[in-house]
Design a protein around this ligand. Structure first.
Ligand SMILES: Nc1ncnc2c1ncn2[C@@H]1O[C@H](COP(=O)(O)OP(=O)(O)O)[C@@H](O)[C@H]1O
Ligand SMILES: [Mg+2]
Length: 287
């Protein structure tokens, strides 16, 4: 027995293909503390969404598995809410009704109708969507839809919040606003968060740890960066902060020196070169 909160233990996964099994993840091991904010970063196609889908219970690991509070994850559950990249709201329901559906799923037996109504409104308020709660997805912007998706996830009071590039499609200002509200909400509720991102600044600003994945196939965790910046974190103050910039540079080095982008395959370095690069002997220009 272990008193760990969320454990990914020797997780490997293979998908069947016409030319035989395709190994996407190989021996991923990660222990996450309750209330911890972990970002997953890595080049496109390395297997980040696959990791999240396994924790969500949507994919089953071929070997190894995920344990949440002592119980193996075998299927999706409301204690692990997912926010997808492409805000998966039901198009025929209003923002309010989309959140209400999730609230009913979790609280039908424990909250009264009036309490559920209040809870739906409270969560829409958290993401500043009260003014548009009776609009349907096609009547609101992408940023607003994403906020409703986050409200829906939060309203389930999940122990674990799983987010797959949640702000990827947003403009810079909306993205900054959403990051700030996420920091605020997570500090208040102390959920455990796993967030996939492509954005190095976002990863450093939000995370307690940044998990950096190697390129696939058979991807695994290449390195983990502990971000020990005091909270609350202020994005403007951090822009000039030496420690912040050090963390940022560490992630960039991992992505552009230690792990080549898949598109760079034509000039793929030999194994010996890659080792030299990792040791800092060869200077590779970042893209
Ligand atoms: N259901 C599946 N069947 C077959 N291959 C899959 C499946 N899901 C993901 N993959 C493959 O696994 C690899 C990693 O995908 P993914 O986890 O989506 O990467 P990322 O999120 O890092 O961009 C890709 O090569 C993708 O084609
Ligand atoms: Mg993905």
């Amino acid at each position: 027995m272990s008193n760990e909160h969320l454990m990914l233990s020797q997780v490997s996964i293979e998908f069947p293909t016409p030319s035989g099994p395709f190994k996407v993840l190989d021996n991923v091991n990660l222990n996450i503390k309750e209330g911890e904010f972990v970002s997953l970063i890595g080049h496109s196609g390395c297997g980040k969404s696959t990791v999240l889908n396994i924790v969500a219970g949507l994919y089953e690991a071929t070997t190894g598995g995920v344990i949440l509070d002592g119980k193996e994850v075998t299927e999706p559950g409301p204690e692990r809410a997912v926010v997808f990249q492409n805000h998966s709201l039901l198009p025929w329901l209003t923002a309010y009704e989309n959140v209400e559906l999730a609230v009913k799923q979790v609280f039908k037996k424990t909250k009264s109708k009036a309490e559920m109504d209040e809870w739906v409104k409270h969560n829409l308020e958290l993401v500043h969507m009260s003014h548009a709660m009776h609009k349907r997805p096609d009547e609101i912007s992408g940023g607003m839809k994403q906020r409703v998706g986050i409200a829906r996830a939060l309203a389930m009071e999940p122990k674990v919040l799983l987010m797959d590039e949640p702000f990827g499609a947003l403009d810079a200002l909306t993205r900054a606003h959403m990051q700030d509200s996420l920091i605020e909400i997570q500090a208040r509720l102390n959920n455990t968060v796993i967030m996939i991102t492509h954005d190095v600044d976002e990863a450093v600003l939000l995370s307690d740890r940044i998990v950096m994945m190697t390129n696939g196939p058979a991807a695994t965790i290449g390195d983990i960066l502990k971000v020990e910046l005091p909270r609350p974190r202020n994005r403007v103050a951090l822009a000039d902060d030496a420690q912040y910039n050090h963390y940022r540079a560490e992630v960039l080095k991992f992505l552009y020196e230690r792990q080549h982008r898949p598109e760079d395959k034509t000039e793929k370095k030999s194994e010996a070169d890659v080792t030299s690069i990792a040791k800092g002997k060869i200077n590779v220009k970042a893209a």
